[in-house]
Design a protein around this ligand. Structure first.
Ligand code: C2E
Ligand code: CA
Ligand code: CA
Length: 280
């Protein structure tokens, strides 16, 4: 345990203590969990608003914990970032997703969806990143344009130059780069112009105001329209996340947004369920 006063005080807060113990247990058992294959990946469709085609799927990791049951990434991704386990875990997700993309490619050919994989800040700064991605694509015999990497603004626009160089190399290989949760972080718009990015993903938090199809003046509508226009001015594709209602989908289409993701279209699901969707 840490010896500073704050942590010691925490010992007398039973709630906080229990949380700390749970955190510690999770982070301590994560490496073995990776070995034992307790993680798995669900996929959520990215749907073209124009014609409802599934153009891509986002890979979302879960942990089937023997004691605590199914854990959402919010429970363990941050921990994995802190311990550094995110690097091997993220690499595992990447491989898993590329293997799956390869299977879709075999079955559905040119109309197979690309897979979109989240990249943690720590991964974006990992000197092995480009080599890892290249090796995985090679081993899966997957065309690089069937892979998209999602990074948050902070992962891209941090302090160091390394992530940028890595992104340039990946982009030159043909891998698609998306900015995740766009509009919620620190964005340097002047900088955006020079980034090797293909897609902006507008954070789901802006969808709330799009609920009513007739609320022309809602602030969220203005924000989303502006972000869509910005993306298109930069010749980038744009995806809206967290689309939950038909009104939101309709409004987004009218605004000119290219792609939607959210419960209205489909929840994250098993590969077999994606297969079914693609066959329809
Ligand atoms: P994210 O990248 O923003 O992923 C979208 C999250 O929104 C997912 O949560 C998804 O299940 C949820 N979602 C989808 N549609 C809707 C909707 O209509 N309404 C609402 N309210 N939510 C919706 P999930 O799967 O719990 O993942 C949470 C976060 O964990 C992700 O947010 C991402 O930042 C992170 N994450 C997930 N998988 C990975 C991974 O393999 N690596 C890394 N580094 N992070 C991951
Ligand atoms: Ca994401
Ligand atoms: Ca997101």
């Amino acid at each position: 345990a840490k010896a500073d006063g704050k942590s010691r005080w925490a010992l007398y807060d039973p709630d906080r203590n229990a949380k700390e113990v749970a955190r510690f247990t999770l982070s301590a058992t994560m490496p073995a969990a990776l070995e034992r294959d307790e993680f798995y990946v669900d996929y959520q469709p990215l749907v073209r608003l124009e014609d409802s085609t599934v153009v891509g799927v986002e890979a979302l990791v879960r942990w089937q914990h023997p004691e605590f049951g199914r854990l959402a990434p919010d429970r363990f991704i941050e921990l994995a970032e802190e311990t550094g386990l995110i690097v091997p875990l993220g690499r595992w997700v990447l491989r898993r997703a590329c293997e799956q993309a390869r299977r879709w490619r075999e079955e559905f050919g040119e109309s197979a969806p690309f897979v979109s994989v989240n990249l943690a800040v720590r991964q974006s700064r990992d000197p092995e990143l480009v080599r890892d991605v290249k090796r995985i694509l090679d081993e899966c015999a997957l065309p690089p344009n069937q892979l998209q990497l999602e990074l948050t603004e902070s992962a891209i626009m941090g302090t160091a130059d390394e992530p940028l160089e890595a992104l340039r190399a990946l982009s030159e290989m043909g891998v698609r780069i998306a900015i995740d949760d766009f509009g919620t972080g620190y964005s340097n718009l002047a900088y955006l112009k020079h980034l090797p990015v293909h897609e902006l993903k507008i954070a789901g938090s802006f969808m709330e105001g799009l609920r009513a199809a007739d609320e022309e003046d809602a602030v969220d509508v203005q924000i989303v329209s502006t972000l869509v226009q910005l993306a298109h001015a930069l010749r980038l594709g744009v995806t809206a996340e967290g689309v939950e209602t038909p009104a939101q989908a309709k409004r987004l289409h009218r605004i000119g947004c290219d792609t939607g993701q959210g419960w209205f279209f489909a929840k994250p699901m098993k590969p077999a369920e994606i297969d079914e969707m693609l066959r329809r």
